[in-house]
Design a protein around this ligand. Structure first.
Ligand SMILES: [Zn+2]
Ligand SMILES: [Zn+2]
Length: 247
């Protein structure tokens, strides 16, 4: 994955948004404002790409993974299934236990980009934010006392995914709302039925079918989970969902 180097990407993005808005600003102040706006836009796009990557990885794990999947079966899929059954159990893991594998993947991504002379700040931010995707996920399962005031505030500001948004994944059969970093992409992906369309495509092309749970024959997932309610003393409180989000 490569990105144009900043400020090489400035004309592309600023041509879309920044330049027209700043066309009336002249001189260095206008150029600085344009650069800052462009940087902010590109930063947001990189974070959304991390969110999308988290969704794709999560969808693949939940839909096609099982304990026999090579390499990641025992390491990733089994803990993921356990997370659906006991959503708060993974909170017992340390930060390093939760994020170590993604930090290693992020380091390898940065090293590969550097070796190919493709390293930009976009790659570094993608690796950095992506390496913390599991921690961001853990915060959605913690109550305010557990995650602290700063994280709680960032969630309330919608800069991090909220417990309510992630609760939609754990609600019902855990076959929707796979992105775990922000609140931005899940509604769009669900409205467009992206995951179901991809599954239909893979089944037509390769005969690949979603995993079914042993015994029930029902497609991958788990029972409805218990999520912390914002401000609730009890971490076992269920997040109430708007009727439109109930499945
Ligand atoms: Zn899941
Ligand atoms: Zn979860």
């Amino acid at each position: 994955m490569t990105f144009p180097a900043f400020p090489d990407a400035v004309p592309a993005l600023s041509g879309l948004a920044a330049q027209p808005a700043l066309a009336t600003l002249a001189g260095p102040a206008g150029a600085l404002a344009g650069s800052v706006l462009t940087f902010a836009l590109e930063f947001v796009l990189v974070v959304l790409m991390v969110d999308l990557a988290s969704g794709i990885g999560h969808w693949l794990e939940d839909t096609y993974g099982n304990s026999d999947t090579p390499i990641i079966g025992r390491l990733v899929i089994v803990p993921n299934l356990e997370h659906h059954r006991k959503p708060r159990a993974f909170l017992a893991k340390s930060w390093l236990e939760s994020c170590g594998d993604l930090m290693l993947a992020g380091a390898l991504l940065v090293a590969a980009a550097w070796a190919l002379d493709l390293l930009t700040w976009h790659v570094a931010v993608f690796a950095l934010v992506g390496s913390q995707a599991n921690q961001i996920h853990k915060w959605t399962h913690q109550n305010p006392q557990e995650k602290g005031a700063v994280v709680h505030l960032l969630q309330r500001m919608r800069l991090l995914q909220t417990p309510r948004e992630h609760g939609r994944h754990h609600q019902g059969s855990t076959d929707s709302h796979y992105c775990t970093v922000t609140n931005a992409l899940n509604p769009l992906l669900e409205r467009l039925r992206v995951w179901r369309r991809l599954e239909a495509l893979l089944e037509r092309a390769f005969g690949l079918r979603p995993r079914t749970d042993p015994g029930t024959g029902v497609r991958a997932g788990g029972r409805a989970a218990v999520m912390p309610r914002a401000g609730a003393a009890s971490p076992a409180a269920r997040v109430p969902l708007p009727s439109s989000a109930r499945r």
